[in-house]
Design a binder for this molecule. Structure first.
Ligand code: NAP
Length: 521
């Protein structure tokens, strides 16, 4: 039997008492490790984290905690080779795709370590300036942000076991809030290894970082009013979390990152030249990186009706060069989906789209490299329409996230129709827009903003330096309205708000000033 990963709760390594769920290599089908959380005393685990971890973290200032993040980063950097190895085995990804997860995690951690150094080494944060409440300026209102005295329960999706951990844990720990991480079972190994390395390096106070691998049973029942939940995953699970009594009756704060049918928009008159090339390159990259298993991946490709054929030809030419198969073979550019279940879900999505759109490109006619049909490899598949009037009616395409290397070309007759169709996604994480008219780009950005958490605007002046449609940079917020879950993470210091409580202090100017005079440095 494969190794059973050990949970770390209440400051102790604790095995689950069941036989556990097995994690597999999605290319070779080999059993890798098992996870199990049966029989853990979750009440004690949350209490320990809340009391010991929370108290110890809050006794430090922001700069002190930034130092902890820096030390964590150093430990993880030294173990990178192991993380790439686990990622290849458990996620079935080629090196470049593993890097999106692993290097993305380290970059985000480093970013928050640095950002924390810019804060006062105080116990709480100042929020805005004092506002006079009476005629006499002596009586004022000053808002402050204090770390919430609870646990941050972080529940993650399978597609980012490294980045998903640290993009949530770094802002939480910097805020002074202990973390209880529950990774998605299918890829829990990498998250577990990173947590293990950090715990063994003895950087954090006891209770500051805990990990539960396996079933989520009973986790939400432990939540108390000052705890917070940050969830990334499907809309169905999000619904369960939102309706849990801890949330509905005790106001436990929840952040949801869910499905998203993201868009790329090619503006008119761009059919040749650098903008067109940037657009094609980005669409292909987004369809194939991590086999399209990115919440930010481009799913809907909007192009002027007159340009459909040119776009189709360029995309097909590029997609047909994508080699798919075993990531251990150096000629492979795209590895596998994460599991048989995900493969089936994606194949079902492809069948569904075949019923409502034309098949522009079917990569499955090409042979897999060093892999067979038993593997979880699925080749890129491009759908499309010739006419804008058909694209307008394709509700399934606008509202279904097929979580794999699948996207659809949607023609538009005029810009307002394109914007209308983009909005039919009912709220997305990100849209990218490609054009060269500054005023037009600015107007489109303003028109699309309310429907998105992030807009990636590409003109030729930024073509060589842009960070990518799907790359989540910690400087910018990540999250989106509506279908995307309504959440908000990262965005520099904004990412700390979720882990703090905002309070208005009404009092004498002298009292308010005294609150900020102490520092624990
Ligand atoms: P999922 O099935 O909803 O699982 C997400 C997490 O929730 C896993 O850790 C899962 O644990 C846990 N979970 C399942 N049932 C639960 C319950 N009743 N209570 C508490 N936790 C529960 O999603 P997934 O298949 O891992 O991820 C794919 C989805 O995530 C896609 O739809 C994608 O769009 C979305 N996603 C969004 C973002 C974003 O930032 N917006 C990023 C990445 C992915 P188990 O694994 O043990 O079941």
């Amino acid at each position: 039997m494969s190794e059973l990963l050990v949970n770390y709760v209440s400051g102790l390594w604790q095995l689950g008492s069941g036989s556990g769920s097995t994690l597999f290599d999605p290319v070779l089908g080999d059993e890798l490790v098992r996870v199990d959380a049966t029989g853990l005393n979750l009440q004690d685990a949350f209490q320990f984290s809340r009391e010991q971890g929370g108290r110890a973290l809050r006794a430090l200032g922001y700069k002190d905690r930034a130092e902890l993040l820096k030390s964590i980063l150093e430990v993880l950097q030294a173990k990178k080779d192991l993380y790439y190895e686990i990622s290849q085995k458990n996620s079935g990804t080629v090196k470049n795709d593993s890097a999106v997860d692993i290097e993305g995690a380290l970059f985000t951690l480093g970013y928050y370590a640095k950002l924390g150094q810019s804060l006062d080494n105080h116990y709480f944060l100042k929020d805005g300036d004092p506002a006079r409440l009476a005629k006499d300026p002596l009586f004022q209102s000053q808002h402050i942000l204090t770390p919430t005295p609870g646990v941050a329960l972080l529940i993650n999706a399978f597609n980012f076991p490294a980045w998903g951990l640290w993009e949530k844990a770094a802002p939480a720990l910097l805020s002074g809030v202990p973390v209880m991480i529950k990774p998605a079972t299918a890829t829990a190994w990498l998250t577990h290894q990173m947590v293990k390395d950090v715990i063994e390096a003895n950087i954090l106070p006891p209770g500051a970082l805990s990990i539960i691998c396996g079933s989520s049973n009973g986790l939400l029942d432990q939540l108390q009013p000052f705890d917070v939940v940050s969830f990334t995953g499907s809309a169905d699970t999000a619904k369960i979390i939102r309706s849990h009594p801890a949330v509905t009756e005790q106001s436990v704060r929840v952040n949801i990152e869910a499905d998203s049918v993201n868009s790329a928009l090619l503006l008119p008159q761009q059919v040749s030249g650098p903008i067109f090339d940037l657009f094609i390159k980005e669409v292909v990259r987004e369809m194939t990186v991590k086999s399209g298993q990115k919440c930010t991946a481009i799913r809907r490709i909007f192009v002027p009706e007159s340009d459909v054929n040119v776009v189709k030809e360029a995309l097909v030419a590029s997609l047909s060069k994508t080699t798919v198969g075993n990531p251990r073979n150096e000629s492979v550019r795209m590895g596998a989906l994460i599991s048989r279940a995900q493969k089936q879900t994606v194949l079902d999505g492809i069948s569904r789209f075949k019923g409502c759109a034309q098949l522009f490109f079917d990569g499955s006619s090409q042979n897999l490299i060093d892999a067979d049909d038993n593997s979880c490899c699925v080749a890129p598949t491009l759908f499309g329409f010739d006419k804008a009037s058909d694209a307008m009616l394709a509700k399934d395409i606008h509202q279904t996230e097929v979580f794999g290397p699948v996207a659809t070309v949607l023609p538009y007759e005029n810009l307002s129709q394109a914007l209308e169709m983009i909005a039919m996604g009912e709220g997305s994480l990100v849209a990218s827009v490609y054009g060269d008219e500054v005023v037009e780009l600015a107007q489109v950005a303003a028109d699309l903003a309310a429907f998105h958490g992030r807009l990636h605007i590409i003109s030729s002046d930024v073509g060589a330096m842009h960070t990518g449609h799907g790359n989540v940079m910690p400087q910018s917020i990540h999250g989106g309205p509506g279908r995307a879950g309504g959440g908000e993470e990262l965005g520099g210091l904004r990412g700390l708000s979720f882990y703090h409580r905002r309070t208005a202090i009404q009092g004498s100017t002298q009292v308010i000033e005294a609150m900020f005079s102490g520092s624990n440095s």
